[in-house]
Design a protein around this ligand. Structure first.
Ligand SMILES: [Fe+2]
Ligand SMILES: [Fe+2]
Length: 196
């Protein structure tokens, strides 16, 4: 494609190796707009978790209940938001929902909260792996890890018990400001060695 045929507002290249600084300014301006609407997409994904479920609550009610319990236990806003979003990976990556949700959160949260969300699926296995011939104590491979106890507590106090239709659970609107505040944070540099 020649420069003359490039539509306004689009890059000059058809292969990234040929891109100029001006091209990438255009790309990252677009990316910033997409970043700015991240919270809207996350809230829409949460709403997708409403509806039929094999549990006695919807998937949305489950995470709302987790966040409500976290809030009532005096957790900080970031931790409450992570309780709300711990199963968000279900929407686009059911087979590895813990890791998908953790990856979404990684640029915006502490290493501790990321670790808890990333590993919560394995740690939740404590409650059900025995029914499938798996080791309920598989999580103990991490027994010496800094965040082992916090992840055990997350599962025990906010996750495994949050399937109760009788629990007085806060609505999504109650937590929306926390979600917006979380994704309004400047994202951490995902190319930094500690986040790669
Ligand atoms: Fe989960
Ligand atoms: Fe959960």
């Amino acid at each position: 494609m020649t420069a003359a045929s490039v539509p306004p507002g689009t890059v000059s290249f058809t292969a990234m190796a040929e891109g100029t600084a001006a091209d990438y300014e255009l790309v990252f301006a677009h990316e910033q707009a997409h970043l700015d609407s991240q919270a809207d997409r996350v809230l829409a994904w949460l709403r997708q978790m409403d509806g039929p479920s094999p549990y006695r609550v919807s998937r949305l009610e489950h995470v709302l209940q987790s966040a409500t319990r976290a809030e009532r236990d005096g957790a900080d806003d970031e931790t409450i938001a992570c309780a709300l979003l711990h199963d968000i990976g279900d929407v686009i990556g059911t087979a590895n929902h813990s890791q998908v949700g953790a990856a979404l959160l990684r640029p915006y949260v502490s290493e501790r909260n990321w670790w808890i969300v990333h590993h919560h699926g394995l740690f939740q296995g404590y409650y059900w792996f025995e029914h499938y011939g798996m080791d309920p104590d598989a999580r103990d491979a991490f027994r010496l890890h800094l965040h082992y106890e916090a992840t055990v507590r997350f599962c025990a106090e906010w996750d495994q018990n949050s399937f109760d239709p009788a629990y007085p659970t806060q609505p999504l609107g109650h937590f929306e400001p926390l979600v917006r505040a979380l994704f309004a944070r400047p994202p951490q540099d995902v190319f930094a060695p500690e986040l790669r």
